[in-house]
Design a protein. Structure first.
Length: 338
């Protein structure tokens, strides 16, 4: 009798807690095609959260700007249009000056380690810089460079007079610095922009060059680790705050540096495999840079570091300390470019 009473008491104490758990159906939004490796990576992320929440957090991935434009994805998470969004901070220049450090040329050598290094470093700054949302994780794509329709871009002076679609705000500053003109457009619109002659060249990773069909309208491809683009996954705060402790833990366990690497690796492998595809295509010239040419690019990029430093000083961050920490984090994960 005593045992059955105890069992009833235990059951009574457990059942209400589980009964209070709402079921969530997360809208996960991104802006690349469903055929992009990010689609499966986000589905895997959602599946992991669903499993660890005991099935109380479901998800649905919306690709290809179905819920909103690429540049609006941070605001979409903030405003609850989507629950989880994939954001390119560089699509809104000046809004996220700290994480823009990751966009500086010749800083990172590979996607997986670069993502781990960036994520581990940015966790200290995300609550300040992205306070309107719950920061989940940060990652990058593989190091990439210029692809041009009109001429080979070998030295910085070659950019002068060209119309370039930059990958992010830092590359936009670089194009301006070199005497080029920026053409702002989201990734899905790049092929059409170049085909119509609105832009002459683009900074874009290799695998995506083929996926978006941009290889059909470009001819000359620089093979150099010129830049990477930083990305983040962020979540609507209200959605997260309504969750039970168990549900929050399911999210938190997939919003860490290890999860950043899991998300980045398939995409990194996909981009790295793209260079072979482009080399195999007729009508493409893939070229490397000499040591002297590379030195010219690094010299030309130096003012970008000062521009970044000035931006973070305005938000009360010591740029020297922040950069020192970022380089140490990248070195720890074997992703600091030399």
């Amino acid at each position: 009798m005593r045992m059955s009473c105890l069992a009833l008491l235990v059951a009574a104490s457990v059942t209400p807690a589980l009964a209070q758990e709402k079921t969530f159906d997360l809208k996960i939004s991104h802006w690349v095609p469903a055929s992009h490796p990010l689609q499966k990576a986000l589905e895997d992320w959602g599946t992991a959260v669903e499993k660890e929440s005991g099935g109380t957090i479901k998800y649905h991935v919306f690709p290809a700007q179905q819920l909103g434009k690429a540049k609006d994805h941070y605001d979409m998470a903030r405003d609850g249009i989507a629950d989880v969004t994939y954001v390119n901070p560089g699509y809104t220049p000046g809004s996220f000056p700290i994480i823009a450090a990751g966009e500086l040329p010749f800083l990172m050598s590979n996607a997986t380690g670069g993502s781990e290094g960036l994520d581990a470093w940015y966790r200290k700054y995300a609550p300040k810089e992205m306070k309107d949302v719950k920061f989940c994780l940060a990652f990058i794509h593989s190091p990439s460079a210029f692809h041009s329709r009109t001429k080979k871009i070998v030295v910085p002076a070659d950019v002068k007079g060209m119309k370039v679609r930059p990958a992010d705000a830092t590359m936009a500053d670089f194009v301006t610095l070199l005497g080029g003109t920026n053409v702002q457009t989201s990734a899905p619109e790049v092929r059409d922009t170049i085909e119509r002659g609105v832009a002459d060249a683009v900074t874009f990773p290799w695998g995506s060059l083929v996926l978006f069909g941009i290889d059909k309208v470009t001819k000359y491809d620089m093979d150099a680790p010129l830049y990477v683009t930083t990305f983040v996954l962020v979540m609507n705060k209200n959605t997260y705050d309504q969750m039970s402790d168990r549900q929050k833990k399911a999210v938190d366990d997939n919003c860490n540096t290890e999860a950043a690497a899991r998300l980045a690796k398939p995409w990194g492998d996909f981009e790295d495999s793209g260079i072979g595809k482009v080399k195999a295509e007729s009508g493409h010239e893939v070229y490397t840079l000499t040591a002297d040419q590379l030195a010219q690019w690094k010299k030309a990029a130096e003012p970008l570091v000062k521009t970044w430093a000035d931006g973070v000083k305005k938000v009360g961050v010591d740029p020297d300390q922040a950069m020192k920490e970022l380089k140490a984090s990248l070195a720890k994960y074997n992703a600091l470019a030399h």
